[in-house]
Write a protein that binds this ligand. Structure first.
Ligand code: PLP
Length: 379
């Protein structure tokens, strides 16, 4: 844990806007995930926060990686570039999945030399893989229920379950090997039943594939979606893990390898932001503060991730309902219209916790303001 005093010190020392990553928290999260889901190989979804230092910490913990673009692949690859070629190839096959169902031809051409696992969810993609990355192993992404997830993904990704076995057989016909299935129940899924339903659905697809003569599937990738505890309403991870373990035990024989692609769960509570009050006003009777970070920057998760990050003051005092705005000229740049804050002065620092996932990762340079400076602690 980073204390409030430490955070304030970092803000003063390094200047603002500042994004702080606590590597102890990264390690704690990874170990918690592994402890409660011992059968599951954890592939960190790099997109949640692609800072190379974060990838490095997970690499040293023995994690595997879900990448979704060539730059993400290369961030992971940098950690194994020095390995002897055979060892490196085995590592890539065992520990990387390229889990973006739609890949540009150029990416497939580059990926082919690494013979990775890649996902797909339609016939057109299979043809592309056959033509440009025939050495890849393929994993079929299946469309599953995303009810109750904070960020839903099923509208854009996943083959209809009814088409799944046809696609698996098509892969075989094209000379590719379908190694297994994957799904994503939607990010920040607090409805555990999504996993139960998805696992039952996939178990039936395994059975139907076997009935139709295809017995080469040996992995089940249960995706991401594991919720971060943004507040007490989110049940502890061990409760979800218990549900998942029961279903895995019941539905998937021991020789089926189980993978997961946790992103948010591993990084959300490891990130903090510290920013500074650069202006203040009273608008419609409400104290309003302009800070040097906003929704085009570290608070981008407010827009893209549908997430809220309470803004807190280091200063103590009676609070009033206040507005907090980002620094840009866009009226969309609103961090919050309702924060309980004491009266703040220009140059006061404020902070937010639990902002490690899908926040700094989608920061822009809009309006000439660069992304926040990053500081790593407990590395
Ligand atoms: C294919 C895939 N895997 C894993 C993740 C990570 O999901 P989460 O951060 O909810 O664990 C995502 C997020 O969008 C994804 O698209």
């Amino acid at each position: 844990m980073i204390t409030k005093a430490h955070l304030q010190r970092l803000g003063r020392e390094h200047g603002t806007p500042l994004f702080v990553v606590d590597h102890d928290a990264l390690r704690r999260n990874y170990r918690e995930f592994r402890r409660h889901l011992p059968r599951v190989q954890a592939y960190f979804a790099v997109k949640a926060n692609a800072l190379p230092e974060i990838v490095r910490t997970f690499f040293l913990e023995g994690a595997s990686f879900d990448v979704a673009s060539m730059p993400e692949f290369n961030i992971v690859y940098a950690n194994v570039a020095g390995m002897p070629p055979k060892e490196r190839q085995d590592w890539i096959w065992d520990k990387i999945i390229y889990a973006n169902p739609n890949k540009p031809v150029e990416t497939l051409q580059e990926l082919n030399q690494y013979k990775p696992l890649v996902t797909f969810d339609n016939a057109e993609e299979l043809l592309k893989i056959r033509d440009h990355a025939p050495q890849a192993g393929v994993v079929l992404r299946v469309r599953v229920t995303n009810t109750g997830a904070m960020v839903e993904l099923s509208s854009k990704f996943g083959a209809a379950p009814g088409e799944a076995v046809d696609l698996i057989l098509l892969a075989q016909k094209l000379g590719l090997t379908c190694e297994g299935l994957s799904f994503h129940v939607g990010s920040q899924t607090t409805n555990f039943n999504n996993y139960v339903e998805a696992l039952a659905l996939c178990s039936n697809i395994f059975k139907e594939a076997a009935d139709r003569g295809y017995r080469k599937m040996n992995l089940m990738d249960i995706g991401g979606g594991f919720p971060a505890r943004y507040d007490e309403s989110v049940k502890p991870f061990r409760e979800l893990a218990k549900v998942i373990n029961n279903e895995l035990e019941r539905l998937f024989p021991k020789d089926i390898q189980i993978l997961a692609e946790p992103g948010r769960f591993l990084v959300a509570n490891a990130g903090y932001t510290v920013s500074k009050v650069i202006g203040k006003a009273v608008r419609d009777g409400k104290p309003s503060y302009y800070i040097d970070d906003g929704v085009y920057h570290t608070y981008s998760g407010v827009i893209f991730d549908h997430c809220k990050y309470p803004v807190r003051a280091f200063r103590k005092g009676p609070t009033k309902l206040s507005a907090v705005y980002g620094p840009t000229c866009d009226a969309l740049d609103v961090v919050s219209m309702a924060e309980n804050l004491p009266e703040l002065n220009r140059d006061d620092l404020v902070y937010s916790e639990n902002i490690g996932a899908y926040s700094h990762a989608s920061s822009t340079y809009f309006n000439g303001f660069p992304p926040a400076k990053v500081v790593h602690v407990n590395t």
